[in-house]
Design a protein around this ligand. Sequence first.
Ligand code: GUN
Length: 273
Amino acid sequence: MAVKVKQQQKEAADALKAKGITPCLAVVIVGEDPASKVYVAGKIRDCGEVGIESREYALPEATTQEELLALVEKLNADDTVSGILVQLPLPKHLDEKAIINTIAPNKDVDAFHPANVGRIMIGDYDFLPCTPAGVMELLKEYEIDPTGKECVVVGRSNIVGKPQAMLLLHQNGTVTVCHSRTKDLKEVTLRADILVVAIGRGEFITGDMIKEGAVVIDVGMNRNSAGKLVGDVEFSSAEKKASYITPVPGGVGPMTRAILMKNTVKAAELNAK
Ligand code: GUN
C-alpha cells in the first residue's frame, strides 16, 4: 500500500524534475536518540527511492537553541530546499515549540506549525500531518468510508490524536476522542466501528475492548519487556474481533513515511510557483 503511494510520488517527482524543479527534503536531527536515528535513516532512504534529494543535518546533543534556530532560518531562505523536518523529540534543553514556529509554513512537511494546524481545522490545507494522513490513506485503500461510523481515537497528542479526530470528522465520521483521563475507556472503545489507537502504551487495547467486526488501526510503536516491537493494541486478542487490523511493525509506519514523500513533492510544487 505504501509502495503504491511512493510509486505515485516517484512519478510526480520525475515530472517536476523534467520541469527543472528538484524536490529536496532537509532533515534535522539533534542528539543521539536511537529510535529517532532509525526513523531519520528510514526517511532518507525513502527520499532516495522516490527520487527526492535529501540533506541530513545531524547535530550534536549540545546544540544550542540559537544554533538550531539559525539552521532552520537558513533552510527557510534556501530556495533549493522544498521541505524541512526537525525530528522530535528534541533534547530537553531545546524549546520544541519555538523551533516548530520558526519553520516556514510552506516548507512544514510535518504540518506542525500553528498556521498549518489552523488550516487543517477549517479544512483548507496544503499539508496534513503524516501519521493521521497515512491512516486516512489506508482507510481509502481498503474502501472503508468513515461516513456515519462511530470513530474512536484513543490518544490526544498534537501529532496524531487531535489531527486524526479532525480528519475523520472531515470525512463525516462521528468522532470521540479518549485519553488517559477517560472514565470508562472500554465502554467507549466498544462502540467503535473504526478504532484508531495512539496512546503510546504497549498492548494497551485488548480484544475485550473491541467490537466484533471493528476496523482497528494501531499507531503505536513500543518495546515490550522482552525488547520486542509492539503496538498499542494487543494483536493476538484484537485480531479475533477486528474485521481489519494493522500490524506493528509494517502497518501505519510505512504509510506515514510515504505521506512525508507526498508532502515533500507538494512543497516543491508550491514553492516553485
Ligand atoms: N517523531 C515522531 N514522529 C514524528 C514525526 O512525524 N515528525 C517528526 N518531525 N518527528 C517525529
